[in-house]
Each structure stands twice: as structure tokens, then as C-alpha cells.
Design a protein around this ligand. Structure first.
Ligand SMILES: CC(C)(COP(=O)(O)OP(=O)(O)OC[C@H]1O[C@@H](n2cnc3c(N)ncnc32)[C@H](O)[C@@H]1OP(=O)(O)O)[C@@H](O)C(=O)NCCC(=O)NCCS
Length: 211
């Protein structure tokens, strides 16, 4: 585990990789459930359930970055090689016959609402891209974002997307490439399938894949 200071010097960012991720999975789970409850994820999680991040522990090149202020977690981000991700995330790439080793996947980037706009989200992208460069020869980093209908009943009137923030980090949509994930939406009794669209950046200057 490594420690570093963020743009706000009062915030400490710790890096956990492979088995060490176990030390941070409870803190991560609390953040994940808290932040993803909001629009557009509407994720009804249980902080006491087995953290899904537990799967990352088996992968030595997986990383979890945890930002804390006065010992309290305020944000987190995750990443791992796409080839180590779950089958549903790999599926659209495998279906196209693309070499999974060319992609490094960013799982989450979450910052508690009161800590946003202070540079943490930018720092998480820098840290994950550095990790991808250091631990792989991937040409691309990428992540996915949930697709919601414009007329969704729970869409807040002041809802905004992260699109500008992501474009400012060098990411663009990867047209037509999407995966599905299953979770229980806030207010629902049962789990449902959700579509998530991929965004991508070339780390090496390699042309973006298309198809
Ligand atoms: C998306 C999210 C992670 C961004 O985190 P954040 O900490 O607010 O992001 P930052 O503060 O780093 O950047 C936001 C803006 O503030 C700017 N900024 C403010 N203070 C800054 C500082 N001290 N240093 C650098 N940038 C700063 C950034 O440059 C950026 O603006 P830009 O896009 O015009 O360059 C956060 O809004 C979030 O958790 N949202 C909910 C969960 C979510 O949707 N996650 C994404 C899907 S996994």
C-alpha cells in the first residue's frame, strides 16, 4: 500500500493492489453504496453484503485508490486489466474479436458530494492511467456509464451528466459498444438489467477501435 497527498493537501490517497485491496474493501463498499444511490445509478446496495470489489483481490494488477480526510473515506477509484474483468464486461469486446490485452478497465470513480470540485476526480484518472501504463502494455483505458431514458421518472430536474468532465480527461464514447449489469434500483423490489455505454481513451496514440 502506498500513500500520497491529493491536490488538497488535507486529503490522503492510498493505493491498494491485489491482495491488499482486502484492507480497503469495507471502506470502498460504504462509499460505493452511498454515492451510487443517486441519479443516474440509483443503485440500492447493502453496505453489509459481500463487496463485489472482493473479486479484484484475486488479480495482482487490480488497483483501488482510496481518498480519506481525517481518517474518513471521501472518494475511491478502481481499475484492472479488461481481461481480468467479469464476463459481462468483457462480452462486447470478445464479441468483436478484439484483443482484451489492449484495454485497461476503470471500474468506479466516486467522490462524496461534499468533496467534489476539489480535484479528486481528476487525480483518480491520473492515478489509474499511470497504473495502467506501469502494469500493462494496454493501448486504451476505458470505463462504462449507465444509460437512462430521458423521461425516466426519477431523473432530477437539475440532472447533469459527467460527459464534459470525461471529455476534458480525453475520453470519448465508443460508439455502439455497451455491456449489461444487474442491480436493484432504488424503489424497486427486484434486480433489473441495465445497459452501460463505454467511453475510451488512447494511451499510446493507437487509433480507436471501431465496430
Ligand atoms: C464524476 C466525479 C468522480 C468527479 O469527481 P470530482 O472530485 O468532483 O472531480 P474534480 O474535482 O477532480 O474535477 C471536477 C472539475 O473541477 C476542476 N477542479 C476543481 N478543483 C480542482 C483542483 N484542485 N485540481 C484539479 N482540478 C480541479 C477539474 O478540473 C474539473 O473541471 P474540468 O472538467 O473543467 O477540468 C464525481 O462527480 C462523482 O463521484 N460523481 C458521482 C459518481 C459518478 O458518476 N461516477 C462516475 C461513474 S463511475
Amino acid at each position: 500500500m502506498q500513500r500520497a497527498m491529493s491536490p488538497d493537501n488535507a486529503i490522503q490517497i492510498q493505493t491498494f493492489t491485489g491482495h491488499a485491496i482486502a484492507e480497503a474493501q469495507a471502506a470502498f463498499q460504504l462509499l460505493h453504496v452511498n454515492v451510487f444511490e443517486d441519479w443516474p445509478y440509483l443503485y440500492r446496495g447493502d453496505p453489509t453484503e459481500r463487496p463485489y470489489i472482493a473479486g479484484y483481490i484475486n488479480h495482482p494488477r487490480a488497483a483501488l485508490f482510496l481518498a480519506s480526510h481525517a481518517g474518513q473515506p471521501v472518494g475511491a477509484a478502481t481499475c484492472l486489466p479488461l481481461e481480468d474483468e467479469s464476463a459481462n464486461v468483457r462480452a462486447p469486446f470478445e464479441a468483436r474479436g478484439w484483443d482484451l490485452r489492449r484495454f485497461f478497465y476503470f471500474g468506479e470513480g466516486v467522490v462524496r458530494s461534499e468533496w467534489r470540485g476539489k480535484g479528486l476526480g481528476v487525480r483518480f484518472f491520473e492515478l489509474r492511467e499511470s497504473h495502467a501504463r506501469a502494469t500493462s502494455s494496454a493501448d486504451y483505458t476505458l470505463f462504462c456509464s449507465v444509460r437512462r431514458p430521458a423521461d425516466h421518472p426519477l431523473r432530477p430536474s437539475n440532472a447533469h451528466t459527467n460527459d464534459a468532465f470525461w471529455r476534458n480527461r480525453g475520453y470519448v464514447p465508443l460508439p455502439g459498444v455497451a455491456c449489461t449489469m444487474t442491480w436493484k434500483d432504488v424503489g424497486d423490489a427486484a434486480e433489473s438489467k441495465h445497459t452501460l455505454d463505454f467511453w475510451i481513451k488512447s494511451l499510446t496514440g493507437a487509433p480507436l477501435p471501431c465496430g
